[in-house]
Design a protein around this ligand. Structure first.
Ligand code: RIB
Length: 299
């Protein structure tokens, strides 16, 4: 890490989440009532950056927003959490949005419209300098995959640890997984990427190519696989969820921040699991993420 530069760089999406609480999903052609509407800063990249910063990580965000009110709000939300936004690109497209239905019981259904996140930009010198100076690069798949793959390959080439949330699951470029140090899929993403039905077999298979696979399983906790074997299970932290949006992002952000802080892998995984569970007890993605002083007493 270089002095004055962030030790964690998150390259990813920033969306304004347009969230409706509703009892269930409507059928095609049906009109139904929801019970509330809110706009909430989200996007998997922004969420991971804020989650890491809330528990003490030094984070820079490499994202793209439009010159509209949503873009300004997202930059402000990141900066308010202490995230460095100097390298957030302003592009000539509307800021990305996510249209989220939160159902009774806390589950959600999400449609993302990438807009600014989808602008095809190469990895520029400012971004390369930020990655080179960091210890961890964290990415997801809501930015163009060629950019994500370029960033991951570059980070690997300069000795920066690469952490990848493969969400949404997409067909991967050749040799992509070989550049991944820590892959954090949920069970569905793991099954889809590995092309096998059993989630544990999927985690094992992926870990033969990526360094470590941490597969999140919602209320069933997480599983760690390395070299084709399951090496650890992370127990769940029991809560009553009201909104699971952003829980996976909280897990990844906190895992990286705690590893950067010097925690052992089991301690960082436990902190990530507790933080993700806490995030589900509050509405919204980024506003639901806990601070270190909330997580620490529960460990
Ligand atoms: O992972 C949750 C996030 O997915 C939401 O905040 C939404 O913006 C989508 O990117």
């Amino acid at each position: 890490m270089v002095e004055g530069m962030a030790e964690i760089v998150v390259l990813g999406s920033a969306n304004m989440d347009l969230v409706v609480r509703q009892p269930r999903l409507p059928e095609p052609g049906e009109t139904m009532f929801g019970s509330s509407f809110a706009t909430v800063p989200g996007g998997k990249g922004l969420n991971q950056a804020i989650a890491a910063a809330r528990v003490g990580g030094g984070v820079a965000f490499l994202g793209a927003v439009g010159g509209d009110a949503f873009g300004r709000e997202l930059r402000e939300a990141l900066a308010a959490a202490g995230v460095d936004v100097d390298a957030v690109a302003l592009v000539e497209r509307p800021t990305g949005t996510a249209h989220i239905a939160v159902l009774d019981g806390g589950e959600n259904a999400i449609v993302v419209v990438p807009d600014a996140n989808g602008v095809e930009l190469p990895l520029d010198e400012v971004q390369r300098a930020a990655i080179r100076a960091a210890r961890y690069l964290v990415v997801q798949f809501e930015r163009p995959l060629p950019l994500v793959a370029e960033a991951v390959a570059f980070a690997r080439s300069v000795g920066v640890t690469t952490v990848v949330t493969p969400a949404p699951a997409l067909p991967l470029p050749e040799d992509f997984l070989e550049n991944v140090d820590v892959l954090v899929p949920n069970a569905g993403e793991a099954r889809e990427l590995a092309g096998v039905d059993d989630e544990t077999d999927a985690a094992r298979a992926l870990s033969r190519r990526a360094g470590t696979v941490v597969m999140t399983r919602g209320a069933r906790g997480a599983l760690v696989a390395r070299g084709g074997e399951v090496v650890a299970e992370v127990p769940p932290f029991a809560v009553t969820p009201v909104d699971t949006t952003g829980a996976g992002d909280t897990f990844t952000g906190v895992l990286v921040a705690r590893l950067a802080a010097g925690d052992t892998e089991p301690a960082a995984l436990r902190a990530a699991s507790v933080a993700a569970a806490l995030a589900t007890t509050r509405p919204g993605a980024s506003p639901s993420m806990p601070t270190w002083s909330e997580v620490r007493p529960l460990l």
